[in-house]
Design a binder for this molecule. Sequence first.
Ligand code: AMP
Ligand code: GLY
Length: 421
Amino acid sequence: MNILLIGGGGREHAILRKLRENPTIEKIYALPGNGGFEEAECFPISAVDIPAQIAFAKEHAVDYVIVTPDDPLALGAVDAFEKEGFPCFGPNQAAARIEASKAFAKDLMKKYQIPTAAYEVFDDEEKAIAFVEEKGAPLVVKADGLALGKGVIIAFSEEEAKEAVHEMMSGHAFGKAGDRIIIEEYLEGPEVSILSFTDGETLIPMVSSMDHKRALDGDQGLNTGGMGTIAPNPYYTEAIAEESMKTIFLPTIRAMKEEGCPFKGCLYFSLMLTADGPKVIEYNSRFGDPETQVVLPLLESDLYTIMKATTDGTLKDTEVKFSDKAACCVVVASGGYPRSYPKGLPITMSEETKAHTYVAGAKKDENGQLLTSGGRVLGVTAVKDTLPEAVQEAYRLVEGVSFEGAFYRHDIGKRALEAEV
Ligand code: AMP
Ligand code: GLY
């Protein structure tokens, strides 16, 4: 069996390595993949060039397609592949709106009474400013469209909130993603990421995790795509898991079905555990990055079998089992990230570290030397019996990587370890 994987980050590397545990899979093609994907054949076709991907799939006798990044999902990659007869993992375009349009997601939650921050949607800058004046700070201002995780501003003063509204709506900072904005209530509490498998009817949550979004230690610095993760998340207790299933997960998949766009694939709930119970911060229509790099190493069941079950609608009868170990992933980034950073710097890695590394932003030169090519270059994941051991091991292993200007956070897992005692 041959698989086509669309994407080329650390998340896709974690998916790839898990798929490789299944001996019935022969070839895995990654478009575009990256220089660190030794488990796949990579071809330089962009993750958003859907016609080229379809032509590739036809030429290479592909049996199953996995679409993981948000952009191709929002562009309708799954619809396009299905139309050509390729079974796919991932939501179709209508279902992917749950991430691609924050206004769609917020309206869905309002209509189906799924707990989330109170909010208003604005297309008009003057009305948005008047709303800020009426409510006062703190407020959260969000661009409607996909803005690479940067379209969210938490404003602790009225001035900051007005500035954020103006910056987004004047069209300079976010382009079209900022034409429509959402202003919402500021929530407080620990954050939890829950990735789940769903076939549109049945939903099976994966092990919980915690991301660390800011660039620097102590949650300082700019927001990033994620600088490290741990799993499981100790704040996410059995009782909270049960409540989330009842008030958030099942109502969400029922709502999507009711709206005529049942969600298939990986639905990712970003939750805030507030004093009033768990609330949705946002939905993502895909695996999280770098959550996947701690969640999938804990999966004991076969990933391909589960993915195929979400496509076929047979998830109810499929085993999804996670180990009760713990995992920690430390992301190593290029100096300067998330602002501008140099590219093309040689990466050295010990053999031991390499076996625990998911490569995100790297290419190979003609001599086979791995060079940096992105902001988040790679993530080092350790799995151990307990969280303190996993954190310690990840930090030991990360010493085995080096490139000029490399940096990582030194406190991944710190907040989680504090919760455990
Ligand atoms: P998002 O891109 O929606 O995940 O938001 C990025 C980050 O902003 C989240 O991980 C939260 O830390 C924070 N955030 C988003 N919405 C809220 C909110 N309503 N209240 C407090 N923090 C928020
Ligand atoms: N780690 C956050 C995300 O994947 O959106």
